[in-house]
Design a protein around this ligand. Structure first.
Ligand SMILES: Cc1cc2nc3c(=O)[nH]c(=O)nc-3n(C[C@H](O)[C@H](O)[C@H](O)COP(=O)(O)OP(=O)(O)OC[C@H]3O[C@@H](n4cnc5c(N)ncnc54)[C@H](O)[C@@H]3O)c2cc1C
Ligand code: SF4
Length: 503
């Protein structure tokens, strides 16, 4: 029986982030562990609600994590059982515990009326780290099913599906065009949010469960879709939504104006190569420098991607950073009229990167990237704007007389993604992108091509890790059924289709 008064005795507390001057001089994670005493107190705040909204996959956790159960197991120090309970619904809680925006916390009953929700995400990460400290035990299937599945793409959707299917006895091969496994977790998200040792530990577990990883294989180019169909009984497409949105603002062609992902991938590669030491300069594959050291950086966009660029720019030694957002500054607390509890609220999201420096400028749009006379950017000309919706379309209007320049020798476009990339694989399969650039599926997760399934960002558009895992698990369940369901599949969930965030 949980402690019904726990939240009266303990306030919401998080471990103190590592000091800014220390953490921006390395690439390690920002949060230290909470420690047993603090996390057991925090778990004690959970009331084990009769209707736990945190756990609901329509307002709270898309994975329907058994949050009140494992909160109580942590409260009582029953760590082994907490590890079991968490892994029953989530293959990779070390990723979501670190990176999820936590819709469960927005839906927590303790948050009603502006109260302080349980630190669900922190409890989750502590359980995940307890599991890692004990060693991630492989759970290979007791017998092979005789069926084989190809998974294209090794982000969280592909990896979750691969683990589910391998544990049911299917022979799974994950094909990844990058030189390392992990999708956006590996080369998109920086180490200060997710150290890559967490991905490596999971890979070792999946390998021991029989999953075969083939990196450096661009399916559709190095291997054709037809070859994949011949070699495997089913194929899961989990290729992400990596087509970055661009702009036709005058001056876009200038040197120094780049997609945010180009910056993040280059920085992540340097960190991966250098371990923990100070990195060499980040460059594009053709050798063009894309490092913020000593530069005035302007980041355009207000989401996760923009915040990640901000944190990277400071670690690279930027001279100054502006982060521009088209929309006005959101309120700090939930507007009950607009977003009543337990829905996901429009509020100001402040990431640890924001306390490291830089200036956020709201309700502005870039009118021009200004040439320094040699074909390189030297400034951005911005104007204050209002944003309206007319006939369902966004209309941005500049306020006359508000134009000004900000110095800029590196500009990063973090203005979202336009779905999965157009690539030979799709044409080979006869699978088309829809109006949002995503690939549709039927209710059984199959695309227009028989035996070809789809999950994750490729299916729902740029979204979140928690949704990628949820969709990977659901698609794995559908594939398992398609393969006649020989062997036992670990419990699936079937997520509802619910948008949450755009990066
Ligand atoms: C910068 C950034 C920061 C983010 N931060 C967060 C965060 O803090 N929290 C959060 O919840 N979400 C975050 N997200 C979103 C999250 O990373 C994605 O929603 C998630 O990774 C999607 O998983 P996925 O498996 O569908 O695809 P991805 O992770 O995109 O993986 C797709 C993989 O498929 C591979 N691939 C594509 N085509 C082929 C092919 N033909 N052959 C072989 N391989 C192929 C790609 O190389 C890639 O590795 C962030 C996204 C970005 C860009
Ligand atoms: S809604 Fe909050 S208090 Fe209620 S069970 Fe979930 S975490 Fe505990």
């Amino acid at each position: 029986m949980p402690d019904p008064n726990g939240f009266l005795r303990y306030g919401r507390r998080m471990p103190a982030r590592r000091p800014v001057p220390v953490r921006i001089s390395d690439w390690r994670e920002v949060y230290p562990p909470a420690g047993e005493t603090m996390i057991r107190e925090q778990a004690t705040r959970c009331m084990d609600c009769g209707i736990p909204f945190c756990h609901s996959d329509t307002a709270g956790c898309p994975l329907a994590n058994r949050i009140p159960d494992w909160n109580d197991l942590v409260r009582t120090g029953n760590w082994d059982a907490a590890v079991e309970s968490l892994h029953a619904t989530n293959n990779f809680p070390e990723f979501t515990g670190r990176l999820c925006p936590a819709p469960c916390e927005a839906a927590c009953v303790l948050g009603i009326g502006g109260g302080e929700p349980v630190t669900i995400k922190q409890v989750e990460v502590e359980i995940a780290d307890a599991a890692a400290a004990r060693g991630l035990t492989p759970r290979p299937a007791s017998a092979p099913s005789g069926r084989s599945v190809a998974v294209v793409g090794s982000g969280p959707a592909g990896l979750a599906a691969a683990q589910q299917l391998a544990r049911a006895g299917h022979a799974v091969t994950v094909y990844e065009r990058d030189d390392a496994i992990g999708g956006l977790l590996r080369y998109g998200i920086p180490d200060f949010k997710l150290e890559k040792r967490h991905i490596d530990a999971r890979m070792a577990q999946l390998s021991a469960e029989g999953v075969v990883f083939r990196t450096g294989v661009n399916v559709g180019v190095d291997v054709t879709a037809e070859q994949l169909r011949v070699q495997h009984d089913a194929v899961l497409l989990a290729c992400g939504a990596l087509q970055g949105r661009d702009t036709d603002t005058p001056g876009r062609q200038l040197r120094g104006v780049h997609q945010a992902m180009a910056h993040l991938v280059a920085a992540n590669r340097v960190v991966a190569a250098a371990g923990e030491g100070q990195p060499a300069l980040a460059t594009l594959p053709d050798g063009t420098p894309i490092d913020a050291a000593g530069k005035h950086v302007v980041i355009i966009g207000g989401g996760d991607t923009a915040a990640d660029c901000l944190g990277v720019a400071h670690r690279q030694g930027a001279a100054g950073v502006h982060q521009l957002d088209l929309y006005p500054q959101p309120p700090r607390g939930r507007d009950e009229g607009r977003d009543p509890w337990p829905t996901w609220p429009w509020v100001l999201r402040e990431y640890p990167a924001h306390e490291e420096g830089g200036e956020r400028v709201f309700a502005v749009a870039v009118q021009e990237f200004v040439d320094d006379g040699t074909g390189a950017v030297r400034a951005v000309r911005i104007a204050e704007v209002s944003v309206d919706k007319r006939d369902g379309r966004r209309v941005v209007t500049a306020v006359p007389g508000t134009e000004r320049e900000l110095p800029a020798d590196l500009v990063l476009l973090a203005i979202g993604f336009e779905g999965t990339e157009e690539q030979p694989l799709l044409a080979q399969l006869g699978v088309a992108r829809n109006a949002r650039g995503a690939v549709d599926s039927r209710a059984d997760w199959q695309t227009a091509a028989d035996g070809i399934f789809v999950a994750g960002d490729m299916h729902r558009g740029a979204s979140l890790i928690v949704w990628a895992i949820a969709e990977g698990r659901a698609a794995a369940a559908a594939i398992h059924g398609y393969l006649d369901g020989v062997g036992v599949l670990p419990a699936p969930v079937h997520p509802a289709s619910r948008p949450l965030a755009v990066h």
